[in-house]
Design a protein around this ligand. Structure first.
Ligand SMILES: Oc1ccccc1CN[C@@H]1C=C[C@@H](O)[C@H](O)[C@H]1O
Length: 331
């Protein structure tokens, strides 16, 4: 049996290696997690709808379990996420009589959510995705239209960071987004973060979700994005890395396993990606995968429900792929 090195040990002088987990995978992938990873993120269980499903009714059992698991296994914990237009309960934006909340009410609720959640794990969560995905994907819009933007206005973003910093001054606070390497969106993310830093907003890093595929984004665009974000003097983390075997327009549902060509392309892709990431080890502090092994990935249901994908470094038998061996034998 091949001697399999620890992924996070091999990368110990580059950056932390993380994985998104849930109630199922924290058990089913426990061996892989404790051997190969030194950071974890709750895939869904620390999103607003799962921590405060009803106003002033907080449900911390699962988050407590994950934080304890991280501490038991000397792993860092990433908090994901405090302010996001998705997976946030409707009550947040609604008055008790059912009308749309006004600015002050929503700001109070944001402060309550953030200070209660971040305060509970003060000193135990290394970094937070304070704000997730507020930049719009379209050409002509800067900020994505959302309840937060409509009700509070643009300053909901800086307020979120200030609330989080008040609750845990030591936590590293991140702005997190996807399609982060597309030049046009990259420049808008840069503009937003630069404007926040100009206002002395406590913001320490940019989270590149890195939901990539076999061809996109190009290495040049990834490099340009890392360079641009690094020029702000912030640390960078890849927060949700996976390499889909389908490109964004491919809706085929016929495959029961990846084609040999997909496997070869993914191997090459991971090798190139990690060579690039190692080159920027001075600004990249953590690379987190959005899952552990192919036996569980959110991509089995996005963008096509029930369509199997094979995006990670461990296969659906939880064995390391050739891609894993390639990126852990560079020394
Ligand atoms: O790749 C995308 C395409 C369209 C919308 C959102 C995304 C990524 N959005 C991410 C994906 C999965 C969720 O579990 C994460 O919390 C979220 O940040």
């Amino acid at each position: 049996k091949l001697n399999i090195p620890s992924f996070s040990d091999v990368y110990s002088d580059c950056f932390s290696i993380g994985a998104a987990i849930n109630q199922h995978t924290i058990e089913s992938s426990k061996q892989l997690l404790t051997k190969h990873f030194n950071s974890i993120t709750a895939e869904n269980d620390m999103k607003p709808e799962n921590l405060q499903p009803e106003e002033n009714k907080f449900t911390f059992e699962k988050a407590d379990q994950f934080v304890a698991f991280a501490e038991e296994h000397k792993m860092k914990m990433r908090g994901h996420t405090l302010v996001w237009h998705n997976q946030t309960p409707d009550w947040m934006f609604t008055t008790p009589d059912g009308s749309v909340a006004k600015r002050d009410l929503l700001l109070d609720r944001m402060q309550t959510h953030i200070s209660t959640v971040v305060g509970r794990y003060k000193g135990r969560i290394h970094s937070w995705d304070v704000v997730n995905e507020v930049i719009d994907d379209s050409e002509n819009l800067f900020l994505r239209k959302s309840n937060y933007l409509d009700i509070v206005g643009e300053d909901f973003i800086e307020k979120s960071f200030r609330f989080a910093h008040e609750a845990d001054p030591k936590a590293l606070l991140f702005y997190n987004d996807y399609n982060e390497s597309h030049p046009q969106k990259r420049d808008k993310i840069y503009k937003l973060v630069k404007s926040l830093l100009k206002k002395d907003v406590p913001l320490h890093g940019i989270g590149m979700q890195a939901h990539w595929n076999l061809t996109s984004p190009t290495l040049d665009n990834i490099r340009a994005a890392i360079e641009k974000y690094a020029s702000l003097g912030l640390q960078i983390q890849l927060t949700e890395l996976d390499v889909s075997v389908f490109d964004t327009t491919d809706r085929r549902t016929d495959l029961k396993e990846p084609t040999t060509e997909m496997v070869a392309l993914q191997e090459e892709r991971y090798e190139q990606l990690f060579a690039l990431l190692r080159e920027y080890r001075d600004v990249i502090s953590c690379v987190t995968f959005w899952g552990v092994a192919d036996d569980y990935t959110w991509l089995d249901n996005f963008p096509v429900r029930g369509r199997k994908n094979w995006p990670l470094l461990f296969d659906d038998n939880q064995l390391p792929k050739q891609a894993f061996h390639k990126i852990t034998s560079f020394k």
